[in-house]
Design a protein around this ligand. Structure first.
Ligand SMILES: Nc1ncnc2c1ncn2[C@@H]1O[C@H](COP(=O)(O)OP(=O)(O)OP(=O)(O)O)[C@@H](O)[C@H]1O
Length: 263
């Protein structure tokens, strides 16, 4: 009687490549959802899949593998539903890599200096506004997105659609402005909305001094392909969030470098 069947361990080069590719995909997905609650669901699903693999391929346990099989086969649809936002980010990040290549082409065609000069003209009013808001301890939250996604940003706040200017940014965030609460969204090189309510991050490992403004700035970068700049009302410190991670207390030189890269 055969107890254990290790025939599946005979591997070809294709099998090794197959395993490597799956490992890369799992690593990439894990990186994408690290620090969010989704990581527990992902680990749970991987464990059930490993159990199913052992029960059906090694131990040939018909009943258990039958039950696990029905779970694994609907699992993919369940995963797509549970990880809606992460799938969205995954697809967006593929698109972003393609548009990054466009940026490189632009640098090759128009020259690096010309492209950077144009970029600096776009970024300067934002940096100047941040310098002034840091001094006056004016709290601000600015989101940078390549495209204006109506579903994400269009349902709350006021539609502005204005040229980016230092004075406009300062006016929006000054304490007596009716739209100073919430975020300004800059997309397609325009100030699109102000007073926008964003999803808050569920990350429980953030510094305790991070309140709602920081949580909203980090939260939006977890679910959408965008970056966020936060000026703290309490300390005047500038933070920069990207893909759910935050750089705290950055200098204006660093801010310029980050905006030049991402905006
Ligand atoms: N969901 C949200 N989306 C966008 N902005 C929000 C959201 N929730 C709160 N805010 C903004 O954050 C402000 C409150 O900031 P809070 O003091 O809680 O944050 P903080 O991270 O401690 O920042 P600060 O250092 O500026 O105090 C609100 O007045 C509002 O403008």
């Amino acid at each position: 009687m055969e107890f254990l069947d290790f025939s599946f361990l005979k591997m070809t080069v294709i099998d090794v490549v197959d395993i490597l590719l799956v490992a890369i995909i799992i690593y990439y997905i894990y990186n994408l959802i690290r620090g969010t609650i989704a990581v527990n669901i992902f680990i749970g699903f991987i464990l059930i899949y490993v159990l199913y693999f052992v029960a059906s391929k090694m131990l040939h346990m018909k009943l258990l593998s039958g039950i696990l099989n029905s779970f694994v086969s609907v699992g993919l649809i369940a995963l797509i539903i549970v990880f809606q936002q992460e799938f969205r980010r995954f697809l967006l990040s593929i698109g972003k890599n393609i548009s990054l290549r466009n940026k490189l082409w632009m640098k090759l065609v128009f020259g690096k200096e010309e492209v950077e000069k144009n970029n600096l003209a776009k970024i300067k009013p934002i940096i100047d506004a941040c310098k002034s808001m840091k001094q006056t301890r004016t709290g601000a939250l600015i989101v940078f997105s390549k495209y204006f996604d109506q579903d994400v940003f269009g349902n709350t706040g006021e539609f502005v659609d204005a040229r980016i200017s230092k004075r406009l940014i300062e006016s929006i965030f000054q304490k007596h402005s009716p739209i100073h609460d919430g975020a300004v969204v800059i997309a397609e090189n325009r100030i699109k909305t102000a007073g926008c309510i964003l999803p808050l991050t569920e990350n429980d490992k953030l510094p305790p001094q991070f309140g709602l403004r920081h949580r909203a700035g980090i939260g939006i970068t977890e679910t959408s392909e965008c970056t966020a700049l936060i000026v703290s009302e309490e300390t005047g410190e500038i933070s920069y969030a990207q893909q759910g991670k935050v750089k705290m207390n950055i200098s204006f030189t660093e801010l310029e470098r980050l905006l030049n890269k991402d905006f």
